[in-house]
Ligand binder design. Sequence first.
Ligand code: 2HG
Ligand code: ZN
Length: 474
Amino acid sequence: MSHQTDGAPLLDQTLNALRGGVGPVHVLTDADLRATYETDWTRRFHGEAAAVVRPSTVDEVAAVLRACGEVGAAVVPQGGNTGLVGGGVPRAAAPRDERGSSRSQVILSTLRLRDLEAVDEVAGEVTVGAGVTLAALQEHVRRAGWDVGVDMGSRDSATVGGMVATNAGGVNVLRYGVMRQQVVGIEAVLADGSIIRRLPGLVKDNTGYALPSLLAGSEGTLAVITRVRLRLVPQLSRRTVALLAVDDAAQAAAFAAQLRRSLATLTAAELFDDDGMRLVLRHTGGEPPFREAHPRYLLVECGAASDPTDELVNAIAELPSRDAVAASDEGARHRLWKLREGHTEAVNAAGVPHKLDVAVPIGRIGEFDVIVREAIRRADPGARVFVYGHVGDGNLHVNVLGPDPEDEAVDDAVLELTIQMGGAVSAEHGIGVAKVRWLIADRGEPDVAAMRGIKRALDPAGGLNPGVLFPEES
Ligand code: 2HG
Ligand code: ZN
């Protein structure tokens, strides 16, 4: 026994197999070296790993899965560790195997799977390693005049593999859809070490179950994604951003709907409140965009090959907003975007947040934004609430500061309301460990039984990311 964790120790033999599989320097057992992999970005989720392994090829990933499978160790796949629901870090309490013994946990970091293949100019597709960051991918494909359909604030750290595994959404969903819709091929390693690979990038491929779609959003519970083929979108070289001051979230949603209908170039419609904007400005040191404070703000962006400023400005002139500003030069656009994208960091700097990433029917966003604040106040009168998100697709991020990280009263209040209003407890961050208790309430028994059936078929011993998505079976 060489390394004790809160779970079972990892046998020397297994550590040696891991070292043989990926090279000794890429098996990290030292506590200091493991530390950044063991705690999530919000600091709310943490667990101890027996080792962090950093394979650089699909065969090395397969060797890791086989070595872990032999001793029943749990494998926790991790990309850029920007997930917000605790699915990419070890469980706080060691998971159990089928016999009830505790499992060691091994973090499988995909960060060394960094291949960037040449853009396929004719297909408008690219194949890349799971560990490539979104920013690196954007830079790569933009050089060829293309772009990635999904974009989000965590682009410098979030990896393509993690984005597929969690079916990331981001700010351009109203134009291009979520990550699942960008994936046209996948390579992944199953729990037994076998490799599935289908990467020719066929837009139409009706030969049986769509495994790329199944793995998108599977949160590391069915396979470790090692390589992805993505469809690309045209690079929109001209962009204009506008910020509208509005009365409430209902008005923001109505304005966003009108702009979706009238502007074919619309790429984003984002919402935030005044408390959130002040928090961002205090954190980043920027200036407020309007002289007066307003209840809510709607940020919209248009992108095209030719300047979309006139059509955007004309369209917003039709809307009875309280005030509005527009920007097309890069610096000013960036400053407006920062007011929205800076929320996650500003909230995190102010405390350990409770993050509720919910979807609600778009027509009920206004009602939800009012009622959810009342529900939180009832659960914790002292809580600070920030509601922001993607108003164009019905995804709101309810962030709450104040309650202890372990106290789930506000989480329950928000998620119960979400379900009552016909929403989903996760819109884009996934279930992770944060919302496991809520999966059945949201999806219902038959859905969850079908999901468990798929899990058992692909990962019979349950070693892939146990405790994520489903409660562990006792
Ligand atoms: C965003 O839209 C991300 O900015 C993070 O999904 C949301 O901070 C959050 O809760
Ligand atoms: Zn988001």
